[in-house]
Write a protein that binds this ligand. Structure first.
Ligand code: AMP
Ligand code: TRP
Length: 330
């Protein structure tokens, strides 16, 4: 049986948190048997905001180590670094020529990020979604597991695939996003109205490398809602609903079962249980990240193999794309 192609990536901008794990990485692990998977460390995307070159290089390795530590298996999928397969940038450029200004101006991620940067917004931040479309279309990807916040970008990738196909003839597969229902958006522990993010204060997120005592402190100090019931109701009880979502993912218990288990108990008891569950979930991951970083030779070998496999596919696709567009010589 031919497995469908799946592609996803995370920017190596910083340490990853449980929002990334629940919203992205955990789904990837479940999918690697079923799909033909490419998991990319998207460093070209990371430089759309200013970077420290030394830190970026370290973060690329950290992110790759995290991919492996959460359970991605290099025997089942390709794990590689985006900039090491230059066809991503090349296809990104070609796609930028059929992308309309208005389509990029509408992107909420661009609006948010450019507001923060004021006058120093680079063109790369603006055309970020065309590079993301290139990542996806380069590999005939059918399925793209991402968090809800990336929906608009996937829509653009679909539009560009269709537009290219109708302009130059059938070339690209039209991809589809795959979004999880519960936990697609993990919110900040110190403010359940904003999404958990590494650009917020440390009290907002739990990093995958946080030690147990830090995890406990962050969860015990997380904000709560009024009332005292452990009830899943994101509209009225955003903070407790967020903790329930996290607990649901850490224990695999259903929301209903969690509500039943904690009937008559208070926020304090529930938070303790959440802290225990999250600690248990992260213990082996933290350990494995450290082990991979201690033995970079193994990590390098895996990334070499992933790059070669990705480059093979990308080369073939770009030959076709150049021909369709009319680039180069016959
Ligand atoms: P980022 O770290 O923002 O580049 O995101 C990497 C991946 O994690 C993307 O698929 C995001 O949608 C997902 N993600 C990031 N933050 C969260 C969050 N708070 N909740 C759920 N998913 C998230
Ligand atoms: N933009 C995505 C994010 O911030 C990362 C990303 C880049 C990506 N290229 C991709 C995700 C292709 C899925 C497919 O999360």
């Amino acid at each position: 049986m031919i497995r469908q192609r799946l592609f996803s990536g995370i920017q190596p901008t910083n340490i990853l948190h449980i929002g990334n794990y629940i919203g992205a990485l955990k789904q990837w692990v479940d999918m690697q048997e079923k799909y033909d998977c490419m998991f990319c460390v998207v460093d070209l995307h990371a430089i759309t905001v200013p970077q420290d070159p030394k830190e970026l290089r370290q973060n690329i390795l950290n992110t790759a180590a995290t991919y492996l530590a959460v359970g991605l298996d290099p025997k089942l999928c390709s794990i590689y670094v985006q900039s090491e397969v230059p066809e991503h940038a090349e296809l990104g450029w070609i796609l930028s020529t059929i992308t309309r200004l208005g389509e990029l101006e509408r992107m909420t991620q661009f609006k948010d990020k450019s507001k923060k940067r004021g006058e120093k917004v680079g063109v790369g931040l603006y055309s970020y979604p065309t590079l993301m479309a290139a990542d996806i279309l380069l590999y005939d990807t059918k399925t793209v597991p991402v968090g809800e916040d990336q929906m608009q970008h996937i829509e653009l990738a679909r539009t560009l695939a269709r537009r290219f196909n109708s302009q130059f003839g059938e070339t690209f597969v039209v991809p589809q996003a795959l979004i999880q229902k519960v936990g697609a958006r993990i919110m900040g522990l110190n403010d359940p109205k904003v999404k958990m993010s590494k650009s917020e204060a440390p009290a907002n997120y739990i990093a995958l490398t946080d030690e147990p005592d830090v995890i406990r402190k962050k969860i015990m100090r997380s904000v709560t809602d009024s009332g005292q019931e452990i009830k899943f109701d994101p509209g009225k009880k955003p903070a407790i609903s967020n903790l329930i979502t996290i607990y649901h993912h850490a224990t695999e218990k259903s929301i209903k079962q969690i509500e039943n288990d904690f009937q008559g108990k208070g926020y304090g008891d529930f938070k303790k249980a959440v802290a225990d569950a999250v600690t248990e979930m992260l213990d082996p991951i933290r350990q494995d990240i450290q082990d991979y970083l201690k033995d970079p030779a193994e990590l390098q070998k895996i990334l070499d193999k992933g790059r070669d496999a990705a480059h093979d596919l990308a080369c073939k696709k770009m030959c076709l794309v150049r021909k369709k567009v009319g680039l180069g010589r016959a």
